[in-house]
Write a protein that binds this ligand. Structure first.
Ligand SMILES: C[S@@+](CC[C@H](N)C(=O)[O-])C[C@H]1O[C@@H](n2cnc3c(N)ncnc32)[C@H](O)[C@@H]1O
Length: 229
């Protein structure tokens, strides 16, 4: 099957294929395009995206939750994906469970060419997923975030737009495609909020106080709060 055939077959799946929310065909196509030639990819949640990424990548790891007790499996994304003839099963590893529980336990022994976040969308779960993945996305690799129309997800996108590690490349429908730059990885087990672009933006007014970056940011925050009264 060619890439075009696979995309056409995914596109012709009925809307009712699973009941966990459908990815727009234009986004499936874009994911497939970005993952072409990838060695390692990952996603949270599963569905049409899994069928596409399993066919584009050499090794694809899927973090998705199982059919909840009492739910009809025929309507569940993981069940449908696993039994689909469009899945390239040999390239896929399924890590089943809530990403809130599985990601902290996963051994990140690879660099990803593409990571797609489309699992739980409640705050702060996409942020939590981002925390576990961001140190493992290679420079030039993709970080793709779905459902950026959700206000809390949009906030995360706003932060990332100002982060030196990522550049927003494009948006398809409500999916943001970021590219990892070659900026150093923000140390995941330290601090450094005053170095982050989103926070630095608020430091402009006190830059003239001649302070170093952290005290300047604190001073600015104090001034901002006083100004509010
Ligand atoms: C919007 S759907 C994903 C749609 C999919 N990307 C597609 O192309 O059809 C959300 C997915 O996240 C899964 N999910 C929801 N909460 C989760 C959690 N806490 N941990 C892991 N997966 C979760 C759902 O079972 C579902 O597969």
């Amino acid at each position: 099957m060619t890439g075009l055939d696979i995309l056409e077959s995914i596109g012709s799946l009925p809307a009712s294929w699973h009941a966990n929310g459908s990815l727009n065909p234009a986004v499936v196509e874009e994911l497939f395009k970005c993952a072409q030639g990838a060695h390692d990819t990952a996603e949270t949640g599963c569905g049409r995206s899994t069928l596409a990424l399993s066919n584009a990548s050499v090794r694809h790891v899927v973090f998705a939750c199982d059919v909840p007790p009492g739910e009809d499996p025929e309507t569940h994304s993981l069940y449908q994906v696993k039994k689909s003839p469009l899945l390239r099963a040999g390239s896929c590893e399924f890590v089943v469970g809530s990403t809130q529980q599985t990601l902290p336990e996963f051994v990140f022994d690879r660099e990803f060419d593409l990571v797609f976040l489309d699992g739980p969308h409640g705050y702060p779960f996409p942020e939590l997923e981002y925390f576990y993945f961001y140190p493992h996305i290679r420079p030039g690799g993709w970080l793709v975030i779905d459902d950026i129309q959700i206000p809390t997800v949009a906030n995360m996108v706003d932060v990332l737009k100002r982060d030196a590690m990522f550049r927003l490349d494009h948006v398809v429908r409500s999916t943001a495609f970021f590219r990892r730059t070659d900026a150093p990885t923000f140390p995941p087990f330290a601090d450094g909020w005053w170095e982050q672009g989103y926070n630095k933006r608020h430091g402009v007014a006190v830059r003239h106080l001649g302070m170093s970056a952290k005290p300047r940011a604190i001073a600015h925050e104090l001034l901002r709060r006083l100004g509010r009264r």
